[in-house]
Write a protein that binds this ligand. Structure first.
Ligand SMILES: *Cc1c(COP(=O)(O)O)cnc(C)c1O
Length: 356
């Protein structure tokens, strides 16, 4: 019997490239600037960005300064991409932004003030209704009238708060607000849409779109989208097989009682590997050609019901991938696809397909 291997996170960069092409074609005329924050949503910002560079991407977004520095080093001098840092400019970060040639996204008057002597290009974010970050419309108008002469505003941007629901009228209201601010910065490129906004249609696209989750296979409406390929596959090996009788418990707290005699497989993955515990009883795993119920999720182990399937310790079980779709897993966990992805991979062996 082969010794059980460890959990494996397979990242299919060919699928990523196909999703990139789908999103690019959904927003013709706009430049796609992939969002690779949080280490490329947990899948590896450098391999992801290098492959997307090969596909034609020339601008990227990260959240933190340190992510920008790591991405600059990983892309190397032969791939001189524009790297935007969403955290913007905080006092003292100027030399590091300059050294790594990063473009801060300035999202408050205080940041613009701090950056007034910053020589590199910047992006400016305006708030159009999300109330998270960005200048108010009035602040943007004042700024446009009194722009520090040295400040090179390359991009003006905003972010949608409810684009995953195409019927939500707030998106159109945000669009109106953005369209009224945009002419104040006539020389800047405009960027408004993330994955969900791209799916809302042409009027949301402007010059630069910022796809994140849909590059990695998450549907723009928080449900599986047949146009997008699954990029991440997470598999873990079976450690033990057991028979549990009707009425017996599995795991802690006697919360999971099997109703009928059941054959279960105990698999070497748990919430310490990034599975979300509250999905237990609702999420599914793929094994031996069928979806199987995930009965319990503990720190290092889960148990799945396998019926009469042929199984041996060491057999791999798919916990996310082409059969266990990211959006279905997120729904079972009561969260968004983004959170499911960024948690995975800590203890898993990583395998990249299609690396360039
Ligand atoms: C994270 C983020 C994105 C990407 O969003 P997705 O939903 O993953 O496509 C785009 N823009 C901003 C400002 C973000 O914070």
């Amino acid at each position: 019997m082969p010794a059980p291997s460890s959990a494996r996170l397979t990242i299919d960069l060919d699928a990523l490239a196909q999703n990139y092409a789908v999103l690019r074609d959904l927003a013709p005329g706009a430049e796609p600037a992939p969002v690779v924050k949080a280490d490329g949503y947990g899948l590896g910002a450098v391999p992801v960005a290098r492959r997307l560079w090969t596909e034609g991407a020339r601008a990227f977004f990260v959240a933190r300064l340190s992510e920008g520095e790591a991405l600059r080093a990983g892309l190397g001098p032969e791939r001189p991409a524009t790297i935007h840092v969403l955290d913007g400019f905080t006092p003292g970060t100027g030399p590091r932004l300059t050294a790594a040639n990063l473009t801060p996204v300035l999202s408050s008057l205080a940041q613009i003030e701090s950056a007034s002597t910053f020589a590199g290009p910047v992006a400016i974010q305006v708030d159009t209704g999300m109330n998270r970050q960005g200048l108010t419309g009035a602040e943007a108008r004042d700024l446009a009238a009194t722009l520090p002469p040295g400040l090179r505003v390359e991009t003006i941007m905003s972010h949608l708060g409810s684009a995953t629901d195409p019927a939500d009228p707030r998106s159109a209201a945000q669009l109106d607000a953005f369209a009224s601010v945009r002419p104040l910065f006539p020389h800047a490129r405009a960027s408004f849409a993330a994955s969900a906004g791209i799916a809302l249609g042409h009027v949301y696209h402007f010059d630069l779109v910022r796809p994140g989750i849909s590059l990695y296979g998450g549907g723009p409406e928080e449900r599986p989208d047949a146009r997008l390929k699954s990029v991440a596959t997470y598999e873990a090996p079976i450690l033990y097989l057991r028979q549990v009788e009707a009425g017996e418990m599995i795991g802690y707290g006697s919360k999971t009682i099997v109703e009928t005699d059941s054959r279960i497989a105990v698999v070497a993955a748990g919430y310490a590997d990034g599975l979300i515990r509250c999905a237990m009883g609702r999420s599914q795993a793929w094994f031996a050609g069928a979806l199987r119920k995930v009965l319990i999720i503990t720190m290092d182990l889960i148990a799945i019901e396998i019926g009469d399937a042929q199984a041996n310790p060491g057999d791999m079980v798919e916990l996310l991938g082409p059969h266990v779709l990211l959006d279905d897993l997120a729904a079972a966990a009561g969260t968004v696809a983004h959170e499911c992805l960024v948690r995975l991979g800590g203890r898993a062996e990583r395998v990249y397909l299609g690396q360039r």
